[in-house]
Design a protein around this ligand. Structure first.
Ligand code: HEC
Length: 128
């Protein structure tokens, strides 16, 4: 009786171990996938930037078209790599300066949204 009990115990214990290994294996696999995607951070910023865009920019700009609303449609600005308004190169810096300061036709956003929201919206605009 005692021996049977001990054996059952051993079998149960090794079954439990097997499950533990299987679970930690899955966890390891997950960590690897997360590390494999270096775009993850940019993608998260762009996703937050999309919200900012919808709240602060979409009244004047389309993001799904290059047609003019009040300002130029921003679809394709990232791929094209140049501003239509002044032919400047599209970089994080030029976008930041533009969004912060605006121009005679676009209001400045420096005091309207946070620095990190400007970064996020830049990440989003570059994907358009
Ligand atoms: C009140 C309307 C208005 C809002 C709100 C607005 N813009 Fe603009 N934006 C304009 C206008 C108008 C222009 C064109 C300026 C010109 O022709 O001189 C422009 C131009 C731009 C350009 C240059 C586009 C190109 O093709 O050269 C970018 C980039 C831009 N805006 C980004 C943004 C972002 C990002 C936001 C939100 C944070 C925003 N704008 C909010 C009106 C607006």
């Amino acid at each position: 009786m005692n021996r049977t009990f001990a054996r059952t115990g051993a079998i149960l214990a090794s079954a439990a171990l097997g499950i533990t290994f299987a679970v930690s294996g899955a966890a390891l696999a997950q960590t690897k996938t997360a590390k494999k995607a270096p775009a993850g951070k940019d993608a998260a910023a762009a996703a937050r930037g999309k919200d900012v865009f919808q709240q602060k920019c979409s009244t004047c700009h389309y993001d799904s078209s290059d047609a003019k609303k009040i300002g130029p449609g921003l679809k394709g600005i990232g791929k094209r790599g140049t501003f239509t308004v002044n032919n400047n190169k599209v970089t994080d810096e030029t976008l930041k300066a533009w969004i912060e300061n605006g121009d005679s036709l676009m209001p400045p956003f420096k005091d309207v949204i946070e620095d990190n929201q400007i970064k996020d919206v830049i990440a989003y605009v570059k994907t358009l």
